[in-house]
Design a protein around this ligand. Sequence first.
Ligand code: FAD
Length: 146
Amino acid sequence: MTQSLYRLVYYSRNHISSDDGMFAANVDDILAKSRSNNVRDQITGALLFNAGCFAQVLEGPLENVEAAFERIQQDDRHGDVSLLALDPISHRSFPNWAMGFVGTSDVDAERFTGVATASGFDPSHLSGDQIHTLLRDLTIEEEAAA
Ligand code: FAD
């Protein structure tokens, strides 16, 4: 039987040093681990970094999404992890992304500016739906550019 799909959206505060090399190396580690775990767990989604915050969408079978979120909450590379949404969905928004990463390129920053001006560029002031739409649009643009 096909398992029901759920979408989880959260944001958190970065605890990784803002030193460019240190930050990039840590994000590379997070993405490598995320992508291997998420393929195993049938999870897809995307991760945004902007203004000192992470925002992430995870979609997949409920049990696997909840287990991933449990591990993510324990991770001291970020903190103040705040759940914004956990809802059933009929289809995936990120079918081709074990974990996309957006927000650091100039193009992404420009796009983010358009959406987030009202939030003071702070993902913590965006709703789960707004973060989902922003990440979906950014990953669609990345796919088109690839
Ligand atoms: P292992 O990789 O064996 O790690 C064991 C423990 O060590 C875990 O508690 C882990 O948190 C910790 N750890 C490992 N490396 C470091 C390090 N460099 N610094 C500090 N602690 C470390 N995981 C996913 O599976 N899917 C995701 O989509 C995902 N997204 C993430 C997004 C963000 C913003 C962050 C910060 C982390 C994310 N992670 C994700 C990583 C997650 O927090 C766990 O580290 C990972 O799932 C643990 O994998 P593992 O059980 O295979 O343990």
